[in-house]
Design a protein around this ligand. Structure first.
Ligand code: 13P
Length: 248
């Protein structure tokens, strides 16, 4: 059985004070859940959040990292820097980074490999634009992105990866893919992984859905057989809403 993983992606939101207060509020309410709980916050919040989450089942992740260990890369943060402060997960290849910051299939692959080699859990995003969806390219886009992301990664490491299918047209728009549609694409992504790694890995690896997930639609999404969690933006920003997502 795959353990569901509910993750908040705070994007560029919250002060340290607000973030710490959020973790303090959420901690007792998600204690003992069967779901894996993750919050991916801006860099400046990470160390205080790790501290606030100590001794709880709330895990703290970053939203990006560089694929090199160190060097002249102004503004970047390495895997070791994240590990040093106790971060356990990192989102890689979010569509906003692909769209605004020149993230490519190749850098997604380099970052995924680096995260795995260092012991960080990569949450690797894929998903199509509205134009691609309307052109019937959803599956071919996801296939290309997933195959590229996993290139050169062996089966042992592959099971660690969390994939997040986030159709770009559903992000922040209030438009969710129907749970059947989301499951259909996610089942297809699992098929791709089956082709790459065989049944054991494809059955073990978790694939989240992301894009306008809210407390009122999370249960329906999570009831789908291939959806193993959610990567949530807007609805992860308030403690009550986040707790409702975790307790779907
Ligand atoms: P929303 O939940 O705000 O649509 O954002 C989804 C997302 O991009 C999570 O990474």
């Amino acid at each position: 059985m795959r353990k569901p993983i509910i993750a908040g992606n705070w994007k560029m939101h919250k002060s340290i004070k607000d973030g710490v207060a959020f973790v303090e509020a959420v901690k007792p309410q998600v204690k003992g859940t069967d779901v894996e709980v993750l919050i991916c916050a801006p860099y400046t919040l990470l160390a205080p959040l790790v501290e606030a989450a100590k001794g709880s089942n709330v895990q703290i992740g970053a939203q990006n990292m560089h694929y090199e260990d160190k060097g002249a890369f102004t503004g970047e943060v390495s895997a070791d820097m994240l590990l040093e402060i106790g971060v356990t997960h990192v989102i890689i290849g979010h569509s906003e980074r692909r769209q605004y910051y020149a993230e490519t299939d190749e850098t997604v692959n380099l970052k995924t490999k680096k995260a795995l080699s260092k012991g960080l859990v990569p949450v690797v995003c894929c998903g199509e634009t509205l134009e691609q969806r309307e052109a019937g390219e959803t599956k071919s886009v996801c296939k290309r992105q997933v195959e590229a992301a996993f290139s050169g990664i062996d089966a042992k490491d592959a099971t660690t990866v969390v994939v997040a299918y986030e159709p770009i047209w559903a992000i922040g728009t209030g438009k969710t893919a129907t749970s059947e549609d989301a499951n259909d694409v996610i089942a297809y992504i699992r098929e791709i992984l089956l082709g790459l790694y065989g049944e054991e890995v494809s059955e073990e690896l978790r694939i989240q859905y992301g894009g306008s997930v809210k407390p009122n639609n999370v249960e329906e999404l999570m009831n789908q057989p291939d959806i193993d969690g959610a990567l949530v933006g807007g609805a992860s920003l308030e403690p009550d809403s986040f707790v409702a997502l975790v307790n779907f």
